[in-house]
Design a protein around this ligand. Structure first.
Ligand code: NI
Length: 172
């Protein structure tokens, strides 16, 4: 397993729409293993393949708390079914938008259909943090970042700050 570099906004690759996976094979499992290790190392609770520059519809996630056993989840070609009308607000962050957090409102519950690590079809009823995290990661597959759900003023402010930091890092 290899830790891969994580793209950060405003990298244009984060705006790509990811393509469906044809087949869950060993090559794809190697990508998912790398993504999980990259996410744990960051550390974060969810990662989409495009965040490591691979435009495929693949997500990894682990919502286990620090004192719990790791509980990795893998979602290939996920689809959201029946999002609830009821909304929930969570403070979100993103490994591609480092050191910035803000509240986002999304459907409180949803059903997700996807292929798992072995390529078997699964259906999951998600609520709470799991529902929010899945919807956040699914946005990445469409080239959408959580800051797109905020006001333009907030989004421009954070992108300007990130650009400046990247300029300074490149100059070092
Ligand atoms: Ni994210």
């Amino acid at each position: 397993m290899t830790i891969r570099p994580i793209l950060t906004a405003p990298d244009p690759r984060l705006r790509e729409v990811s393509k469906p996976v044809d087949k869950v094979d060993d090559g794809l499992r190697a990508l998912m293993d790398d993504m999980l290790e990259t996410m744990y190392d960051a550390p974060g609770i969810g990662l989409a393949a495009i965040q490591v520059g691979v435009p495929l519809r693949v997500i990894v996630m682990d919502l286990a708390k620090e004192d719990e056993e790791p509980a990795p989840r893998y979602f290939v070609n996920p689809e959201i079914l029946d999002p609830s009308e009821e909304l929930a607000v969570y403070e979100e962050g993103c490994l591609s938008v480092p050191e910035f957090f803000d509240e986002v409102e999304r459907p409180a519950r949803c059903r997700v259909r996807y292929l798992d690590y072995n390529g078997d079809e699964q259906v999951l009823d998600a609520e709470g943090l799991l529902a929010t995290c899945i919807q956040h990661e699914m946005d990445h597959l469409e080239g959408v970042l959580f800051i797109d759900h905020l006001s333009r003023l907030k989004r421009e402010r954070v992108l300007k700050k990130l650009k400046k930091e990247q300029r300074l890092a490149a100059a070092e």
